[in-house]
Design a protein around this ligand. Structure first.
Ligand code: ADP
Ligand code: MG
Length: 288
């Protein structure tokens, strides 16, 4: 039977916007010694600002944004939503056909009956499209038409206001192993890692590679402590499911994430992670 105190813990957590799906996760939470984070939408807000649009000769930034916004209109990735919001004209859905989203890479489609690609370096590489070297801080979304590079949308995301504090609180609790897994570019990932105090950073990972990385972390884990993964469920739902404890962002996250997670943070705050662990420790003290 489940001690009554467990329900107290779940209730206490839920009053703080932390949904814990069952008493066994209360037990597991107090044993967490490793926390693995997704980046976009988890440590960062996942609301991108367009910093600059670079274009090739014969193209202008409006055309590049028009193509990107039209194909991104059909994606629920945070990058896509930000691009669509920036585009001020109406979206003409009939201009888009044969759309295929390649997770962790971007989108392939036809726009105005021309083949277009909107996505990262990996997407361009797959189609053997040459892209320029860009020395700008930000995530680069490349646009190609009929197999030719035409422009880059440089976007930036920002940290959630409590990310640094949230990481500090975890360190204070003695959780020493903190890891970041991201599909984003190496430079950006490492800068954010430095800024927030996570020094184990794995970048440019496709969704299935995130799962493989987590499995490697599990295999190499020497202690009996639990491994937690925190994500928003966009391109990381399988990782959420694989961890001992999957924590999903409830506000920004996808429905799939909320369903496959063991713990849901309704307010998306990183500082709620240490609170969840504290509540579980407290609850366990009362029970025993
Ligand atoms: P993270 O691991 O940081 O949460 P994702 O795995 O969701 O990021 O995405 C990784 C990268 O894949 C993004 O940084 C972007 O370059 C590219 N990408 C994914 N989806 C899209 C999209 N809809 N449009 C453009 N680029 C995309
Ligand atoms: Mg993400």
């Amino acid at each position: 039977s489940i001690p009554l105190g467990y329900f107290g813990g779940i209730g206490g957590a839920s009053r703080n916007g932390i949904l814990i799906k069952g008493g066994n996760f209360i037990e597991a939470l107090k044993q967490v010694d490793t926390v693995v984070f997704d980046k976009t939408g988890t440590l960062t807000k996942g609301r991108f600002h367009i910093k600059e649009i670079l274009v090739e000769k014969d193209y202008n930034d409006k055309e590049v944004l028009e193509i990107a916004a039209h194909v991104e209109y059909f994606s629920n990735h945070p990058i896509a939503q930000s691009i669509v919001e920036t585009y001020s004209n109406e979206i003409d859905e009939s201009k888009v056909s044969n759309l295929k989203e390649l997770s962790g890479k971007g989108i392939k489609a036809q726009f105005d009956k021309k083949d277009v690609l909107v996505g990262n370096k990996k997407l361009m590489k797959d189609s053997e499209i040459n892209i320029p070297n860009i020395n700008q801080n930000g995530t680069n979304i490349y646009v190609a038409i009929e197999g030719k590079y035409v422009g880059t949308i440089i976007i930036t995301d920002e940290l959630k206001s409590d990310t640094k504090k949230g990481i500090e609180l975890l360190k204070k609790m003695g959780i020493s192993k903190l890891v970041m897994l991201t599909g984003d570019h190496k430079n950006i990932a490492e800068n954010i890692g430095k800024e927030v105090g996570i020094d184990e950073v794995y970048s440019e990972l496709l969704p299935h590679e995130k799962v493989e990385k987590l499995e490697l972390i599990i295999d190499n884990h020497k202690s009996s402590g639990k491994i937690m993964f925190v994500g928003d469920g966009i391109n990381d739902a399988p990782v959420l499911a694989r961890a001992d404890i999957g924590v999903a962002m409830g506000g920004l996250g996808s429905d799939a994430a909320i369903e496959s997670a063991d713990v849901v943070l309704m307010t998306d705050e990183i500082s709620k992670i240490s609170m969840a662990i504290r509540i579980s420790k407290y609850t366990n003290k009362i029970v025993w």
